[in-house]
Every structure is written in C-alpha cells, then in structure tokens.
Design a binder for this molecule. Structure first.
Ligand code: JFZ
Length: 481
C-alpha cells in the first residue's frame, strides 16, 4: 500500500518534471526510484540492428481483417456507425452467433501476392497484420481454439500465405495480437473472486500457447503489437505482460514489442511507476499525433502512431459516407509529421470479406506510393532534425546530415523561412524531383528558401545541404542597447 501511494506521488512528480526539463531530462538519482520487478528493463532507446531497422522503416500499413469484414458494420438490417471491428459489441451479438460468421468466411479473391505488390507500390516497409482481433477469430490454424481459419470454407493458413508473400517482396511482417478475446469464456475484465483468478490464469496460459505458436510457426515475424490490454484483469497481472515480452524475445531474437502490452507491478501501463517506457516503443498515438512544438519529449524514445483513413474504421465498413474520409495529402502530412518527431506511421487498411480492397484504399495506396517514390528519402531512415518548427511544414534529417523541408503550406511571399541552430549554415537547396532553388541569408541563422517558380501540384520536399559555420566571424553584431 505504502509502495503504491509512493508510486502515485512519485508518478505525479515525475510527469511534472519531465515537462519542465523537456530539453535535458535530469535522470532521477537511482535511490529515488521505486524498486519494480516488472518495470522497464532498459533506459533509453534500443540501438541494436533490429530496432534500427524498425525505426528506419518509418512507414507501415496496418491490416485489420477478420469476421467483422463480413457484416461490414451492418447487423440485422441496422447500420452501426462505430468501428466495424467492434460491431459484435455495438449490436450486442452473443459470441456463438458472431463466431457462426466463420461459415461464411471464404475470401475467394484473396491473393497474397497482389496484396504484397500493393504494399510495395505504396512504399511501406512493413505490414502489421491482425492475427487475432478482439472477436477471437484467428487468421492462422491455431491448435488452441476452434475459432480459426482452418475451420472455415477457406481452410488454408491465411497468415502463412501473407507472411510469405510480404517477405518475398522484402516487406517486414509485424503481428497485431489482441489479448482481450471475446470468444474465450475464461477471459475476465477484472479479477474479483477465486473463480475469476482460476479462469484468468487458464486464459493467460492459453494466450502464452498462442503466442508461442505464432513465434515458432512464423519465425520471420519482426514485431508483436499488442492490443486489448487495458482491462483491470491485466493491470493486476503486470507480471504476465513482462513475462510475455521476455518469452517472445527468447523465441524470436531481435523482435520488437510495443508499450501497449505492458503493465508494471502497480498496474501502471506504457510507462512504469518511475516514468520509464516499457517495451521497445511507445504505441499510444492512435488517430492523433504529438504536437510538433509542445510535445518534443517524444523524440527521447521510439514511437509508432497508427491512423485510419475514415475517422475511425479499422475493419471493413460498408459505408464510408458516415464519417470524414482523409485525402492522400492529409495522410501524407501525418506520415511526415510522425517522422519529423522521430516516430513511425502506420496507415490502416480494412480488406473486404472477399479478399479484395475497396477502391478508396487502392487509390490511397497508389497516391501515397507515387509521392513516396519521389520523396521517400525524407522518410526512410530519417529522424527528428532538431530545428525550430516553421508554418510551411516539417523538417526531417537523414543519417548523413541532410535536412529535408517537407512543404505542405505555401506562403504568399513564396519565401520559406528557415531558422538554423547556432553554428549551422544552409549552403544549397534542391527540390526533390526538381531543380536547385535559391537560398538567401536574411539574418543571423535565418534564411529564405524560395518556393520553385512553378509551384509543385502537391506537397513537395526540399533537400538542404548544411555546413558547420561555428568558426566563422559573425556578420550580425548586435547593437548595444
Ligand atoms: C484498438 C482496437 O480496439 C481497435 O479496434 C483497433 O484495432 C485499434 C488499432 O486498437 O483501439 C484502441 C486502442 C487504444 C487506444 C484507442 C483505441 N488508445 O490508447 O487511445
């Protein structure tokens, strides 16, 4: 009890100081930290090659595919505007009735190779696939439940086909896995009795078996992205989340795990009671992004955001007119925004039950791909540049030190203001897929970069060559006041 009260007090102190000392967080003296058995097992970013690969990939696609694609948001003649993959819950469908949809699961148009080609064309370096969503239906023939693709008219291992096809195209495969499972009677939202505990322990063993099965059947998997971990039952079993992470890391060397899996000894999620990130990267930015000025703290850890194309539809929904649908430019802006702050972005697709994609998603993949082909060098392998945010768009920085300006708003002046950190000089500016564009020094550490005479049709990228000017004499001597 005292420990948890202390945890709360310290937690509050920590989050306060983290904001105040955003630029240079003072590490807490080790003796002030609460001892935790199931807290973060590492401080700071992982720097091994697998983590670097995860980070350098930067752009991914999410695939939400399950039984929910069959009703597509409609149940007994009623259209539900909420997320299609939650329809069972919106329409209060009993589990057995929902799982009977398995009899209709037969994606005759599914072609893993064409899915992989579409992803490749879009320029994504990895794909996150829902192996099992909340409904409990497994896209692989799991030995531990009857609710799998093996027991549908389709029969074949869908996940296996996808893993192979994506890997053949050089695309990494990440596994989405929902711990919460509506098909399993042993699942508990909370543990309030001995009976709950017994059932939930059985459930955790079942989950371990499924995870082990996934890790051994598909050893090229690069990442597990956990979901459905917010219930009190899991918060009371923080030990299990630490155990699952450890188990997967032993089974799949180098595998990465999102923070959403984790809870510590006190049930604190994502960040432990000492304020340290658990798992390998933060996965809380969902359908939103950190503020490019106020939230620079995110550049201290790895993170991955994910987004839907409509306002909130992950699984296939028949009627996209029920909410706003983002345009390719709006999607691209979110991708660049994430990378400019040191994060990854995953764009979601909800394939139809027949195994094809809706036209809107095909078009989106094509448009994003076209842009990435010309401008991808400001995304892949790039990171937070550390320069002052400007209203025209976002900066990213490549490993060799070039700084990119991704321009989403063109000013009437046609001059893009660039403010460089002390000692840094801009020497040249080149439009990607275009020509060099004039740079004019306007003040100390301040430049105008010209918008190309013929304004590009969509968002464009200017690559800046920069030089160290620390030893030059200062032309802008301040007047004495
Ligand atoms: C979850 C799922 O419930 C949803 O169906 C979808 O799969 C999505 C990717 O993940 O939804 C969440 C989970 C976490 C947050 C919001 C929605 N969150 O942390 O804000």
């Amino acid at each position: 009890m005292i420990k948890s009260i202390l945890g709360v007090i310290l937690g509050v102190m920590l989050s306060g100081s983290a904001v105040a000392q955003m630029k240079q967080p003072a590490p807490l003296p080790a003796e002030m930290e609460i001892p935790l058995k199931y807290g973060a097992e590492r401080l700071g970013k992982r720097q091994d090659t697998d983590m670097q690969r995860f980070r350098d990939n930067r752009l991914g696609a999410f695939i939400h595919w399950g039984l929910y694609a069959i009703p597509g948001g409609e149940w007994n003649g009623k259209m539900y505007s909420g997320a299609a993959e939650w329809l069972k819950s919106w329409a209060k469908v009993p589990a057995n009735e929902w799982l009977a949809l398995m009899d209709q699961w037969n994606p005759t148009k599914f072609d893993a190779k064409s899915w992989a080609r579409m992803a490749k064309q879009m320029g994504v370096k990895y794909v996150k696939i829902t192996t099992k969503h909340h409904e409990g239906f497994c896209l692989w023939p799991s030995k531990y439940t009857e609710y799998t693709v093996a027991n549908t008219p389709y029969k074949k291992d869908l996940l296996g086909e996808m893993v192979k096809a994506f890997n053949d195209e050089g695309i990494d495969v990440h596994f989405y896995f929902s711990v919460m499972d509506w098909s399993n009677p042993d699942y508990r939202y909370d543990i309030k009795s001995e009976e709950d505990k017994i059932a939930f322990d059985r459930f955790l063993e079942f989950t371990d078996n499924q995870l082990r099965e996934l890790a051994t059947r598909y050893p090229t998997v690069k990442d597990f992205w956990f979901d459905g971990t917010w219930d009190a039952s899991l918060k009371k079993n923080g030990w299990w989340t630490a155990h699952a992470e450890k188990m997967l890391k032993e089974l799949v060397p180098g595998v990465t795990i999102n923070s959403r899996l984790r809870a510590d000894d006190n049930g604190k999620r994502h960040f432990d009671s000492n304020g340290h990130l658990m798992g390998d990267y933060e996965s809380g930015y969902e359908r939103r992004l950190p503020d490019p000025v106020k939230d620079l703290k995110v550049t201290r850890w790895d993170w991955e955001a994910c987004m839907t194309i409509p306002e909130n539809q992950w699984g296939y929904h028949k009627d996209w007119s029920l909410s706003y649908v983002k345009t390719p430019i709006e999607v691209l802006e979110r991708i660049v925004h994430a990378v400019s702050m040191g994060g990854n972005m995953v764009v979601n697709f909800g394939p139809q039950a027949d195994g094809d994609f809706r036209k809107e998603e095909k078009d989106m993949a094509e448009q994003v791909g076209k842009w990435m082909k010309q401008n991808g060098e400001c995304i892949y392998g790039c990171d937070y540049a550390g320069w002052q945010k400007q209203p025209w768009g976002y900066y990213t920085r490549s490993k060799n030190g070039d700084v990119y300006m991704a321009v989403f708003n063109v000013p009437y002046s046609r001059h893009l203001t660039v403010q460089t950190p002390k000692g840094v000089k801009v020497v040249k500016a080149t439009v990607l897929g275009g020509k060099e564009t004039p740079v004019t020094e306007t003040a100390r550490n301040e430049y105008n970069v010209d918008v190309p005479t013929k304004t590009p049709e969509g968002p464009f990228v200017i690559k800046l060559q920069v030089e160290d000017s620390a030893n030059e004499t200062d032309r802008y001597r301040d007047a004495l006041t």
